[in-house]
Design a protein around this ligand. Structure first.
Ligand code: NAG
Ligand code: NAG
Length: 195
């Protein structure tokens, strides 16, 4: 995930910015999202905004103080599109790191564990529809789509149907990430997809 800052730097070097470019990191308290958020903050070159569901978790993971919009922490949920408006307003770049997270129990090795997705947190809702909602909100957030940049962090196994990730709680997470990749590619916004 160390690669994100250089990718963004390469993109922005071609632009002349009156203010720091605004970069939104969704899923910012997650494993990937928190690394991306901290890396970008550390460069000092961006107005970094975090989109999170839980401000308490943001305080613990991201080290914010008030953890509100003044500090660049926006609380919302990708399943409620209206909560995406404020964080996307005038944004130059969106880094999507949201992903469904299965809750697994038992001592068996990973593919054999008993897993379930929380209600509303299923792969279809989060990985596909949640990504679509973010692309829509970002695309309509003002400014030209041609100068925006979309980075989508997908998942592994998207070319192998019914792989072990798809089988978890029959949630088809790789399949729904692939649907999201198709939405990213057809969005009309310059994009990068990482897995
Ligand atoms: C928010 O995060 C805190 C700290 O991780 C946790 O204790 C709490 O249960 C979370 N709240 C919700 C609604 O998930
Ligand atoms: C965020 O918190 C700080 C400190 O508590 C406060 O001064 C500021 O007005 C808050 N911003 C918003 C948007 O609520």
């Amino acid at each position: 995930m160390r690669a994100f800052a250089p990718i963004l730097a390469g993109f922005f070097v071609q632009q002349v910015w009156a203010t720091k470019p605004a970069v939104v990191v969704s899923g910012a308290t997650g494993r990937t999202g928190s690394l991306v958020y901290k890396d970008l903050k550390a460069t000092g070159q961006y107005e970094v905004r975090a989109f999170v569901r839980n401000a308490t978790k943001a305080k613990a993971v991201l080290g914010c103080t008030s953890c509100n919009e003044t500090e660049g922490i926006f609380v919302g949920d990708v399943s409620e599109p209206e909560t995406l408006k404020a964080v996307m307003a005038g944004a130059d770049t969106l880094v999507i790191t949201t992903s469904s997270v299965p809750v697994c129990t038992g001592s068996l090795p990973f593919p054999m564990k008993k897993c379930h997705y929380p209600k509303g947190g299923e792969p279809k809702e989060v990985d596909w529809l949640g990504t679509k909602a973010q692309i829509d909100a970002f695309g309509f957030s003002g400014g030209s789509m041609a100068t925006k940049q979309l980075l989508y962090v997908s998942t592994m196994g998207t070319t192998t149907p019914d792989n072990f990730l798809d089988k978890l709680d029959k949630g088809w997470t790789s399949f729904y990430h692939l649907q999201a990749e198709a939405d990213v590619m057809s969005s009309g916004i310059p994009f990068t997809i990482a897995a």
